[in-house]
Design a protein around this ligand. Structure first.
Ligand code: FMN
Length: 417
């Protein structure tokens, strides 16, 4: 091998030193290559208790793990020479056109993760042309979320109470503020046991203990935001006279039954989706009271640990309801490839919970925008490599290894409710 002295003129074009960025949030968001990177940033800048509240799940967190494994185990089939220039990612769900086949899931107590909270979520969703769901346990009121992004597509998530007047007040406010679709969450008669929250001593609102103050020294940005903005509260419920602790206790009602769902169906004129369906039997019951669609979800593994993973349930539920009923999928989505997988498996649309919250914790509204952008890019790449021109091209023929609906459930399809 012949050696020579390095020639500086040849090296000059290769040397590219970037000036340090003054906007550190922008720099760290840009450095994130996927949602897992956003999660790592989120963990660094958010106190342990709120981070774990998002990141954790029920008991041994097996359902959380199974959700992601089930999606990852499906093979996507490449198709070559299909001449796809720019895949069309738009679709229609709940009567609304959306630029991307996913939206933001309802999450409670969001301003604890980052003080920008729901306003950041709804603004980022509006910019991306996707729906935003506000939780009953949101920390920004129904009206303020609408005002933060008047042009957004907004859905409202309802936890039902025995006190019917309370549910009615909330959905009337939601209707008056332009929320088009109601998601009625039915998988939370009681809350699942989240061991991380217990171990971290998580309280809502967070308490200032010696531990949390020490934690603050590592995350000054989060604490500065927390201490210099309105404390988080259940913003849509603040007109009740109950204390926060009492409210949390009465939030969930183990005695709810199908009649309560039937009643809410009669009160709401817009589209109604029942959220938290995992089995053919429950799909049938929700259908029987006039649900327009279902959200196949195990609440991100946060409720019944060892419940079936959401993808296996999707197969069971789709086999039950047939091709017409709109099915939204959630639980476990961490990438655009996951979104494409769920769509191929029979979902019409997907919701992201943690993936959005990791972005929020990492950088407020800009973090949510980055999360959406990363997932969009991954969808475009997968569709391009799978030769899919539009969302309707994504079907079971483009995947291999999908979970199958249990045979017994297929036989039971014609049973009465
Ligand atoms: C921190 C957190 C809070 C949540 N709060 C609610 C809620 O108030 N109402 C609800 O219906 N679902 C709630 N969920 C469940 C989400 O709507 C969604 O079903 C779940 O996050 C999907 O799983 P993924 O996080 O893996 O995407 C919450 C989820 C998380 C992570």
């Amino acid at each position: 091998m012949k050696r020579r002295l390095p020639d500086l003129r040849e090296l000059a074009p290769l040397l590219q030193f970037d000036l340090p960025r003054l906007d550190r949030v922008a720099a760290r968001l840009e450095s994130a290559a996927d949602i897992w990177d956003l999660r790592r940033i989120a963990k660094r800048v958010t106190p342990t208790a709120p981070f774990d509240y998002v990141d954790g799940a029920a008991l041994d967190e097996r359902t959380l793990t199974k959700n992601r494994e089930a999606l990852g185990n499906v093979e996507l089939r490449p198709r070559i020479l299909h001449g796809v220039d720019a895949p069309d990612t738009s679709t229609t769900i709940a009567g609304a056109r959306t630029r991307l086949p996913f939206g933001i899931a309802p999450t409670g107590y969001t301003r604890m993760m980052h003080s920008e909270g729901e306003a950041a979520g709804v603004r980022a969703a509006a910019k991306a042309g996707i729906p935003f769901s506000l939780s009953t346990m949101g920390t920004t009121s129904v009206e303020d979320v609408a005002q933060a992004a008047p042009d957004s597509t907004r859905w409202f998530q309802l936890y039902l109470w025995k006190d019917r007047q309370r549910s009615l007040d909330l959905i009337q406010r939601a209707a008056a503020s332009g929320y088009e679709t109601l998601l009625v969450t039915v998988d939370t008669p009681i809350t699942g046991q989240r061991l991380r929250d217990h171990r971290n001593g998580l309280t809502i609102p967070p308490r200032l203990t010696l531990g949390t103050i020490l934690d603050a020294s590592y995350r000054p940005g989060w604490w500065f935001n927390f201490l210099t903005t309105e404390p988080p509260k259940y913003a849509s419920l603040s007109n009740t006279s109950q204390s926060l602790a009492e409210m949390t206790k009465t939030m969930f009602d183990p005695t709810l039954d199908l009649d309560d769902l039937r009643w809410i169906r009669e009160q709401w004129n817009g589209r109604l989706f029942v959220k938290g369906i995992l089995t053919a039997e429950d799909a049938r019951r929700a259908q029987s009271v006039g649900a327009d669609g279902l959200v196949v979800s195990n609440h991100g593994g946060r409720q019944l640990d060892r419940a079936p993973d959401s993808l296996t349930s999707l197969a069971e539920v789709r086999a039950e309801v047939g091709p017409e009923m709109e099915l939204i999928f959630d639980s476990g989505i961490m990438s655009g490839t996951d979104v494409v997988t769920a769509l191929c498996a029979g979902a019409d649309f997907v919701l992201i919970g943690r993936a959005y919250l990791y972005g929020l914790m990492a950088g407020g509204q800009r973090g949510v925008e980055r999360a959406i952008e990363l997932i969009e890019q991954e969808i475009l790449t997968a569709m391009g490599l799978m030769g899919a021109r539009s969302i309707t091209d994504l079907g079971p023929e483009l995947v291999r290894g999908l979970p199958q609906a249990p045979a017994a459930d297929r036989e039971l399809r014609t049973d009465a409710v």
